[in-house]
Each structure stands twice: as C-alpha cells, then as structure tokens.
Ligand binder design. Structure first.
Ligand SMILES: Cc1cc2nc3c(=O)[nH]c(=O)nc-3n(C[C@H](O)[C@H](O)[C@H](O)COP(=O)(O)OP(=O)(O)OC[C@H]3O[C@@H](n4cnc5c(N)ncnc54)[C@H](O)[C@@H]3O)c2cc1C
Length: 379
C-alpha cells in the first residue's frame, strides 16, 4: 500500500545530475523532492569548464550561457612536467561558469517550478519497500514512487550500501584528491590549460567576473609524501612544471583556503542499488582531464528522465525502466569512460607523460581524435 503524500520522484543529491533531473521531471508535471546536504550557493571541487555538447540541453532548462556572459573556451594547451607544450583548437569547445553560480541558478529554477528543495538536508537512508521508496533524511521521513541517487563521487549512502568501489584497496583508479582555487591572473579567456606534474594535473580556465578556476587532481599518496601539506606539495611537486610555478606564484588567490575533496575513484560502479537509479558521478566518473563529467551527468539525467516518465505513466515496468536506462547509459558513456581511464594512465609518471606529450606534439589530428573519443554529441 503506497502511503499518502508520496512524491512521484525523490532525488538524493543536488549537483548537476540531481538538479537537472528535478527540473525535467517537474516540467513533465511530476511532484519532485530533492535533498541536498549543503546550502546553495556553495563552492565545490570542479574545473568548471563545460563542454558545448550540453548547450542545447541547458538552454531547454532555462540556462543560457550567452546571456550570462560566460567566457567561450575553444583552445587547449597541454604541458608536460618538463614544460613541453601542445597547443590545439578544441573540436567542439565549451564555456566557463563557476559551480557556485550554475548550481545556484539551477536550484532557483527548480524551486520556481515547484520542486520541493530540501537544502542542508542529508539523506541518511534510502530503501525500497513494496512498490515505493522510503527516504530518511536529517529533517524527517518521506516516500516516493521512484528514487534517483545523484550524490556524486562518494557519499555516506555508498558506504551504507557497501558499493564495490568503496571496498577496493588503493589502486591506480582510486584514492585521488581534488583541490580548487579561484584566482585572478593574466591568461587568455578563450583557453583551457592542462599542466601536468608528477602524479597529477592542474587545469586553469576562465569563469565569470574575470576569475579563473585553478583546479588539480593528484593522488592521496602525493599529499602524504608531503606531510599532508597542500602548500608543501604545490611547492615541491607542482612547481617543477614551470607553467604551474608561474601561475601559483603570480596569481591573486581569492580565497584563504582551497576547496578540497578526497577519496575520488574512477572504478566502475553499479547502475542501481535497491532499485535506486544512479545518475552522474554516482553511476561512474570520467577522469577530469577529459573535461566532460558535467555534460555526462546532465546527459545521464536526460536519459533517466525519459524512462522515469514512462514508468510513472505506467507505460513500462520498473524492470523495463532499469534495463533500458542501463542499456542507454552503457551506449552513451562506457567507451568514453574507458578512454578516459586509458588517457589517465598515461599521465602521472613524469617520464611517460613527457614522452607521450612529445610524441603527440607533431600530430594535432591525433590529439583531436583523443578529445573526440572522450566527448559525445550534443544531446
Ligand atoms: C578535480 C576535478 C576537476 C573536474 N573538472 C571538470 C571540468 O572542468 N568539467 C567537467 O565537465 N567536469 C569536471 N569534473 C567532473 C564534475 O565535477 C562531475 O562529473 C560532476 O560534478 C558530476 O555531477 P553530479 O551531479 O553527479 O555530482 P556532484 O556535482 O558532485 O553533486 C553531488 C551532490 O550530492 C550531494 N550529496 C552527497 N551525498 C548526499 C546525501 N547523502 N544527501 C544529500 N545530498 C548529498 C553533494 O553535496 C553534492 O552537492 C571534475 C572533477 C574533479 C574531481
């Protein structure tokens, strides 16, 4: 028996996957409740470069980067730890916007459309009962007909469900950390740079208001080897790349402390847990050097919205919904994730990265091809 006041859709996590799913389902006329453990607006670790493949989709939800004065980014620079440079036009390109601004805008749109947005409300438990879900959050107990896990790279629910990737020993695919700053510096607005260093890489690109997002990924062991000090690690490791030394020593840092995240994993993940549909990084995370995770999260929400709608209209069963979503997700993203993991494996060890970048330098079409293989078509 379905309890009274059951929502059609419950969403755990209000990043890009959760917010865009909430807006789509509300636009289709369903009742939606979304739980986000933080309060908007807030900063989070992300390179803040969005591939143009999601432009049409974002416009359909009421976000137009052209009206928001977002810098258009169509050039790429990649540097090896030894300073060797590749410069390249981006086949599709993208734009820069801070997550502080983008997520806040999406949350406002969701609220205006009538999504019940529970901020600072962490989901503690999410269980399938007979034909419906029970959600226990900091503010109470709620029920819904369908539920989506949009809680990102790693959450308390991953641990609770003992999802496979949380139990793996440290390897080349897990235990990464992310660090992000906003800075003011002298750098072209139309360019994204990816500077490599031992055990990691650091991106820089423009967002709004003359700011730049300076964001890097490295291994937890790199931080450990530097006495758990971010400053020391930057000076000892990142500064060996001359481009990074220049940026870090001349830029104006706009925050006292960076935003950080740990225990990032690129392992494969399950698409469902207890009938909860996983969307965005909760379903599988592409390595950040591909610059495409946000578009993938939004694209996956579009795929999911299609089948959630069909299920809620009783056109397909729950099992059919789960099978169809998994099939579409695999088709859209599996090969990109594999390619992302492969490229990631070439970055990290300075000798291999130097060699790889030197080898690619005379062949711009190969670099373009690699970029294409980690990106999708506009959706
Ligand atoms: C270093 C780094 C750089 C990156 N750079 C880029 C880039 O330049 N371009 C790009 O496209 N992608 C980039 N990415 C990837 C991108 O950030 C992610 O793919 C994208 O944010 C995924 O969106 P999501 O909605 O799945 O997760 P998120 O955006 O992480 O959102 C998940 C949300 O769930 C909330 N949450 C978690 N647990 C709970 C709970 N129990 N209850 C309630 N709320 C909860 C969190 O607070 C969070 O707001 C980068 C990633 C990293 C690590």
């Amino acid at each position: 028996m379905i309890p009274e006041n059951t929502y059609d859709v419950a969403i755990a996590g209000g990043g890009l996957a959760g917010l865009t799913l909430a807006i789509q389902m509300r636009m289709k006329g369903h009742s939606v409740i979304l739980f986000e453990k933080e309060r908007y607006p807030f900063h989070r670790v992300c390179g803040e470069y969005i591939s143009l493949e999601s432009l049409g989709f974002l416009k359909s939800l009421g976000i137009d980067p052209e009206d928001m004065d977002c810098p258009v980014i169509n050039h790429l620079i990649v540097s090896a730890p030894d300073g060797t440079l590749i410069k390249q036009e981006l086949p599709l390109g993208g734009f820069g916007i801070s997550r502080y601004r983008l997520d806040h805008r999406l949350a406002t749109i969701a609220r205006e459309l009538g999504v019940i947005l529970k901020e600072a409300d962490k989901v503690q438990e999410l269980r399938f009962k007979e034909g419906y879900f029970e959600i226990r959050s900091a503010s109470g107990i709620y029920t819904s007909l369908v539920a989506a896990g949009c809680f990102g790279k790693r959450s308390n629910l991953d641990i609770k469900w003992k999802r496979g990737f949380t139990e793996k020993k440290p390897s080349k695919l897990n235990n990464y950390i992310g660090v992000k700053y906003h800075v003011k510096t002298d750098f072209p607005l139309d360019t994204i740079a990816l500077h490599n260093f031992s055990d990691g890489y650091c991106g820089i690109s423009a967002v709004e208001d003359g700011r730049y997002c300076l964001c890097y990924l490295t291994t937890a062991s790199n931080l450990e080897r530097n006495g758990h000090s971010i400053e020391k690690m930057q000076e000892n490791i990142l500064f060996r790349n001359p481009y990074l030394e220049k940026i870090f020593t001349t830029a104006e840092f706009l925050w006292e402390q960076p935003v950080t995240i740990s225990q990032i994993s690129f392992e494969t993940k399950s698409m469902f847990e207890d009938h909860v549909l996983m969307i965005g990084d909760a379903a599988g995370m592409i390595t950040p050097l591909c610059g495409n995770g946000m578009s993938m999260a939004m694209h996956a929400s579009k795929l999911a919205a299609n089948y959630l709608e069909k299920f809620l209209k009783k056109e397909i069963s729950r099992t059919e919904m789960e099978i169809s979503y998994t099939r579409d997700w695999d088709k859209a993203f599996s090969s990109r994730l594999k390619m992302g993991r492969f490229i990631q494996s070439l970055f990290g060890k300075p000798a291999i990265t130097n060699l790889f970048i030197r080898a690619m330098k005379p062949f711009p079409f190969l670099v373009r091809e690699l970029i294409r293989k980690t990106h999708g078509q506009p959706f």
